[in-house]
Design a protein around this ligand. Structure first.
Ligand code: ADP
Length: 501
């Protein structure tokens, strides 16, 4: 197995972790899969096998759900006070912070992202999310409600609501921000008092498994968080369909989101979905040119474009179209590509061979339909899954590359004349996850923000995430909001209690 050993400056604990054969976490025990099968995860910078991981399937999901049910119904979790739950979640945040370097290295090895990014964004944001949610554990409150029941004149009632945990939750997460997506899912579920079966993406299971060790170290009782790695069509599908799971939370493609919904129909479990996007990023002529250009480049090239909210449709006011496109192209050409662990790397490989093929397929389709690459436009090298940061012009709203989510470092640039012409174009998408507006005219920027059909609108910035800021999609970008106080709604039921006095 040629892998981590050739990478630079790995922590010894990371080297030994990667070389280990990984088990799954069920009921507080690290166990083999019921079938005994394992699956490989790959180093996307080389294509070599990185680790072997226990391959979960239906039987493992059954065992994990059973453990989560027991921990929810009768285990110590249900008996802890909100304050005690909050303390454990906070402790987990501290442990993530303590292990930032290891987690960042694992993320970089498994996903391909630059170590500097994993260190600065993925790990600290995950710790911050848990801290933010730890605070909520003691603040999940109902209300008292005055009643005016017309058919029982003279009777007084005392009515109030309780917010109760929804129960056993299945969480299925993607590979683009493996640790952070685990945090977005686990944080609010635990704060609300739910128990969880988490299925990480098959491409990137390692940071979730490390997190499992930290969850144990933090002292969360057995069965509260179960982690079952495996493939989507097997372990994921079994989790989404499981009759004893009360809710499924999914982040991934819109296509799979629809399958999750069908699978969930059997027992009508609650569903929340954070799906794809094709987000418009709009630059007006009155924008601060330098920051708009840097922002437009960052909006698409951050995380190699593997962000559901990537600013992949760049709309630029026609007067400054050439200047902005040229600026973004120059930035694209300057991005230093390489393995995530190599010093100085600004963009790593795509996560998998499948993604490489997918993104290159879109590049071919764009060219065939008349698009022109003013930067990139092709794979880089023969080894690893690298695609050059790409800026495409001569595109129009009907093209596949403008309509479909590419999930790679590819932006299509399109000019517009004025806000009236721009708005229908910007909203012309089955998605509605995010949007960007660059302008020094705050009236214009806020007016456009109110009309964009998107769950997040960034003005004069992009990709700004905070544990307190809700995130989620309009249209086919999903159901529900993660982060912020809205995330608590995903993991609680409201009970109305009415007493005659
Ligand atoms: P991508 O296309 O970006 O790889 P996916 O939506 O396929 O994203 O995957 C996101 C997550 O969904 C992963 O954990 C994957 O294993 C899981 N998954 C894929 N297919 C299914 C399915 N049919 N049922 C449940 N989970 C699935």
């Amino acid at each position: 197995m040629a892998t981590a050993a050739s990478a630079t400056n790995l922590e010894p604990s990371v080297s030994s972790f990667v070389e280990r054969k990984h088990k799954m976490l069920i009921d507080g025990k690290w166990t083999e899969s019921a079938s005994g099968k394992t699956f490989p995860t790959f180093n996307p910078a080389t294509g070599d096998v990185l680790s072997e991981v226990a391959e979960g399937d239906r039987e493992d999901i059954n065992r994990a759900v059973k453990a989560a049910r027991a921990a929810f119904e009768s285990g110590p979790w249900s008996k802890l006070t909100p304050s005690e739950r909050g303390r454990l979640i906070w402790k987990l945040a501290d442990l993530i912070e303590k292990h930032t370097e290891e987690l960042a290295q694992i993320e970089s090895l498994d996903n391909g992202k630059p170590l500097t990014v994993a260190r600065a964004a993925d790990a600290p944001l995950a710790a911050d999310l848990f801290r933010y949610m730890a605070g909520w554990a003691t603040k999940i409150e109902g209300t008292t409600i005055p009643l005016s029941v017309p058919y029982t004149p003279g009777t007084q009632y005392f009515a109030y609501t309780l917010r109760e945990p929804v129960g056993v939750v299945g969480q299925i997460i993607p590979w683009n921000f493996p640790l952070l997506m685990a945090a977005w899912k686990l944080g609010p579920a635990l704060a609300c008092g739910c128990t969880v079966v988490l299925k990480p993406a098959e491409q990137t299971p390692l940071s979730a498994l490390w997190l499992g060790e930290l969850i144990e170290e933090a002292g969360l009782p057995a069965g509260v968080v179960n982690i079952v790695p495996g493939y989507g069509e097997t372990a994921g599908a079994a989790l989404a369909a499981h009759p004893d799971v009360d809710k499924v939370a999914f982040t991934g493609s819109t296509e799979v989101g629809k399958l999750i919904l069908q699978a969930a129909a059997g027992n009508l479990k609650k569903v929340s979905l954070e799906l794809g996007g094709k987000s418009p990023n709009v630059v007006f002529a009155d924008a601060d040119r330098k920051s708009a250009i840097a922002g437009a480049a960052g909006a698409i090239f951050f995380n190699h474009g593997q962000c559901c909210c990537a600013g992949s449709r760049l709309y630029v006011e026609d007067k400054i179209f050439d200047e902005v496109v040229d600026g973004v192209a120059q930035r694209a050409n300057r991005i230093r590509m390489g393995p995530g662990l190599e010093t100085g790397t600004q963009m790593g490989p795509l996560v998998s061979e499948e993604q490489l093929r997918r993104v290159c397929g879109y590049l071919e389709s764009g060219k065939a339909q008349g698009a022109k690459a003013v930067a990139g436009g092709e794979r880089m090298g023969e080894k690893g899954y690298f695609v050059k940061p790409t800026v495409l012009v001569n595109t129009n709203d009907k093209m596949k590359i403008v309509q479909e989510e590419i999930f790679g470092p590819v932006v299509t640039a399109i000019p517009f004349r004025d806000p009236e012409e721009l708005l229908p174009k910007a909203n012309d998408s089955v998605y509605g996850l995010a949007a960007g507006v660059w302008s020094s005219d705050i009236k214009k920027a806020h007016a456009l923000a109110s009309k964009l059909r998107a769950g997040t609108v960034w003005i004069n910035c992009y990709n700004i995430f905070d544990a307190a800021l809700p995130f989620g999609g309009y249209k086919q970008s999903g159901w529900g909001r993660e982060m912020g106080r809205q995330a608590l709604e995903l993991y609680t039921e409201t009970k109305a209690v009415c007493a005659a006095l």
